[in-house]
Design a protein around this ligand. Structure first.
Ligand code: ADP
Ligand code: ADP
Ligand code: ZN
Length: 216
């Protein structure tokens, strides 16, 4: 089963993708994570992406579609994939269809996380992650059980993304509204869009996704 998790920055895509990995053995493919890894490694892709990411603007379509194709080849046919943060434009949606068809894969569902924009800024500015294992946290909504110690791996180094500030978030939301939201009708026409309320607790959202996907 291959699915897309679609929603604006801070909607909970990464949080829910990681739960689907843990509970259902799916594999998260996050273009944001891949680009951040490329920036950190100083690769050619990373050099191209860094300034755009810092400004909250989109990285060119060919760059992200290229890395998604490569990752799928690394994974092989057996994996069930969650696309997180991809596709984000009509050109990427077209590219994804081709990337999947070339590998005898197809999209089964598009899960749209519906969230209030006002809540998103609060979610984004409070976001931090474990510097060792990547576990996600939030200043208000998900503190580690023991202060400054990661629940998942015990490390005590946390990090915040340079683009998780209010100004950049506004640009990212504008990009989402202008370029990403308009791709929904492509999938609605295929009857594969499942709308899920993203405003509940993390557990409520997980349950809603599981029932939308008929997972148990
Ligand atoms: P996205 O990947 O869509 O940008 P994240 O999953 O990283 O979003 O979530 C953004 C922030 O909001 C994180 O700090 C996360 O812990 C928190 N968060 C995610 N889902 C919820 C929720 N349902 N309620 C409250 N906070 C949430
Ligand atoms: P969020 O989780 O807040 O939605 P991401 O981690 O998915 O953010 O993306 C961070 C940044 O990486 C984006 O603002 C953009 O610059 C770049 N990026 C990630 N995925 C894509 C994509 N599919 N197309 C273009 N740019 C992307
Ligand atoms: Zn950790």
């Amino acid at each position: 089963m291959d699915i897309i998790l679609l929603g604006p920055p801070g909607a909970g895509k990464g949080t829910q993708a990681s739960r689907l990995e843990d509970e259902h053995g799916m594999v998260q493919l996050s273009t944001g994570d891949m680009l951040r890894a490329a920036v950190k490694a100083g690769t050619e892709v990373g050099l191209k992406a860094k300034a755009l990411m810092d400004a909250g603007e989109l990285v060119p379509d060919e760059v992200v579609s290229g890395i998604i194709g490569d990752k799928l080849d690394d994974l092989g046919a057996g994996a069930s994939v969650i696309f997180d943060g991809y596709p984000r434009t009509a050109a990427q949606a077209v590219a994804l269809d081709e990337i999947l068809a070339n590998r005898d894969r197809a999209l089964d569902h598009v899960v749209e996380l519906e969230v209030d924009e006002d809540a998103l800024v609060e979610r984004i500015v409070g976001r931090f992650t474990c510097g060792n294992c990547g576990e996600g946290y939030h200043d208000t909504f998900k503190q580690p059980a023991k202060a400054d110690v990661c629940d998942a791996c015990g490390a005590s180094q946390f990090k915040r993304r340079p683009d998780d500030n209010e100004e950049t978030v506004r640009t990212r939301m504008k990009e989402y509204r202008a370029k990403t939201e308009p791709i929904l009708p492509i999938y609605e026409a295929r009857g594969i869009v499942k709308k899920v309320d993203g405003m509940g607790s993390m557990d409520d959202v997980s349950n809603a996704i599981e029932s939308a996907l008929s997972l148990d």
